[in-house]
Design a protein around this ligand. Sequence first.
Ligand code: FAD
Length: 276
Amino acid sequence: MKDAVALLADLGDNARAIAGGHSLIPMMKLRLATPDHLVDLAGLPNLKGIREDGSDIVIGAMVTQHELIHSDLLSAKLPILRETALLIADPQVRYLGTLGGNVANGDPGNDMPAVMLCLGATYQVTGKSGERRIAAREFYQGAYFTALEPGEILTAIRIPVPPPGHGYAYQKLKRKIGDYATAAAAVILTMKGGKVGDCAIGLTNVAETPLFAEEAAKILAGSKLDAATVKKAVAAAEAITSPATDTRGPAQYRTKMAGVMLARALARAAQRARGE
Ligand SMILES: Cc1cc2nc3c(=O)[nH]c(=O)nc-3n(C[C@H](O)[C@H](O)[C@H](O)COP(=O)(O)OP(=O)(O)OC[C@H]3O[C@@H](n4cnc5c(N)ncnc54)[C@H](O)[C@@H]3O)c2cc1C
């Protein structure tokens, strides 16, 4: 790890870390990234593994999306990760693509960042001046701009485990299998006596960064998820989006689809929290 950090620091802008290569190599093919040097993280064993640490689960940055899907620990404690990973690309991409690469990339189209905002995850990073932790909710600054300093490596993703029986859902609209989201929504919630307890919402690919829809979640807390309250929350979530018009549709359509995905994710998460 020390050597990789030193190499990245010494080579500066001319070098990039490479994990699974399934975002970086396509960008290099398009000449959107032109590093002279690649520092391969694949040989660093302490970036692997999924473990419990008190009330957190710690996932090594080099854990692949395929490994997320097949982890019994994650299926039991953080099932939203499996649900989300299954909606990323296709098995070939998931065999190599890593969780660390997905969240460090800074592409608003990546699915995991919104889920990390929703879960209140923290990113552990190491650089020449040592280790630090960055809240996922403070990590994303713009398209491909993150709080990672040059030369820093993301080593692990630390996630507080939501209470047993929590509801969860990741709903993603895509044009075909293997496509990035036109819009997607992540929801984690608890239900108590038919009412929403805690609620967190993340949105994918409807702004330059993943969005944490705090106001929408506040509207839902304490409600019975009745149609009028869900409508208000959906409107609050739609209001913070600013998608681009692109091949996935006009901006207005993508905003509306974020709302539709959120309404579906809320319904599914509530069903799960009720044990249905
Ligand atoms: C056909 C196709 C379809 C896809 N569809 C989707 C999709 O629907 N949803 C989705 O979320 N993703 C999708 N992806 C992207 C895929 O999930 C990537 O694997 C992922 O985004 C990046 O992970 P990686 O390990 O491949 O990272 P890499 O491509 O190796 O790296 C990506 C970036 O992150 C940096 N980086 C990687 N790891 C670290 C680290 N540990 N510390 C610091 N910096 C690091 C690299 O320097 C680089 O800038 C798709 C990819 C392809 C090719």
